[in-house]
Design a protein around this ligand. Structure first.
Ligand code: NDP
Ligand code: A1CAB
Length: 288
């Protein structure tokens, strides 16, 4: 029996409580990889009916606004993704606690929110998975950190790992490291987009038209990531091969180093991780 069949994921109902960017990325990935049929996915949000309409049109998922009618979707789900912003989390999560049964798996994607805070909000016997995915899950190239509460069964672990593997790469990490995962891969795509924005701006300033600038930058980033993956060589080694003594790359790297780029990246990533911890602590304080 394949691991997919063994997990039973194909027959499960999945409810996304919070229907924003991250929920869409995961739902689209699960549907695109044909792991779950759209009819078995429901997506709920608070007030944005237009957004729900778009999701229904785009993917064929069931959608419903927050209110008494969403109870049935929440109660009937085998897996509930918590996917609202951290500032909305405590209120939204405590509102659904009375509806849940202990065999429903809760998967949180909320940055900073600890399993112990989730247990306070939901009840301590609920099986909970704390994850930190990223938006590249949309195209099956996500990177997700996963941590389990003590109540998650081996079967539920299998389902979780099958789901996240289908939309990218998984790393099961100690919960204490989840804020680090935020700094590395949760926020990570934005760092690369930021670099790409700067590269495209520079390309335009160097005289290239927008399309050529974009095409060259995108292919360069794609090629560099694939080189690291496929050759097994380290980024440092690959960089050395691009850098001729006293050539153009050396001149660029020297200028970027002089302007503090490596330090800025390290400090920025640490700040993201620190911010995740602050967000978690704020929620913890608010629920006492
Ligand atoms: N975006 C990213 O790259 C990543 C995000 N995350 C985490 O994912 C979570 C969601 O982020 P993101 O998708 O960007 O956020 P969005 O703002 O795009 O989406 C949040 C969603 O939550 C809904 N919501 C808010 N309050 C409630 C409520 N009380 N009941 C039901 N639905 C509610 C909103 O509905 P409405 O619009 O109607 O108010 C909206 O659909 C965050 O906690 C973030 O930390 C994790 C990894 C990466
Ligand atoms: O910016 C944020 O807070 C979320 C968490 C990780 C990526 N985006």
């Amino acid at each position: 029996m394949s691991i997919l069949t063994e997990s039973g994921i194909g027959s499960m109902h999945i409810c996304f409580y919070g229907a924003g960017s991250m929920a869409e990325a995961i739902a689209r990935g699960l549907i695109g990889e044909e792991l779950v049929a759209p009819g078995k996915i429901s997506m709920l949000n608070r007030s944005n009916a237009e957004r729900l309409g778009e999701l229904h049109e785009r993917y064929g998922v069931q959608t419903v606004l927050q209110g008494s009618t969403n109870d049935a979707y929440l109660k009937g789900a085998d897996i509930i993704f918590l996917a609202m912003k951290p500032k909305d989390a405590a209120e939204a999560i405590s509102a659904i606690a009375p509806l849940l049964s202990p065999n429903q798996l809760i998967v949180s994607v909320i940055a900073g929110l600890s399993i112990s805070s989730l247990e306070k909000l939901l009840g301590s016997s609920q099986p909970i998975v704390r994850t930190m995915p990223n938006t590249s899950s949309t195209i099956g190239l996500g990177a997700t950190g996963i941590s389990y509460s003590d109540h998650v069964t081996p079967q539920q672990r299998l389902v979780t790992e099958v789901m996240f593997q289908s939309i990218g790469l998984n790393a099961v990490v100690e919960e204490a490291l989840q804020d680090s995962v935020v700094g590395v891969s949760g926020s990570g795509p934005a760092y690369i987009y930021f670099v790409m924005e700067a590269m495209m701006k520079a390309a335009a300033e160097l005289g290239l038209d927008d399309k050529t600038a974009k095409d060259l930058v995108v292919q360069t980033v794609l090629g560099a990531a694939q080189m690291v993956k496929q050759t097994g060589e380290s980024p440092e080694e690959l960089r050395r091969k691009v850098t001729s003594p006293n050539g153009t790359t050396q001149a660029a790297i020297e200028k970027m180093t002089e302007l503090g780029l490596p330090e800025a990246i390290v400090k920025g990533m640490k700040r993201s991780s620190e911010r995740a911890a602050e967000i978690g602590a704020d929620i913890e304080r608010s629920i006492g």
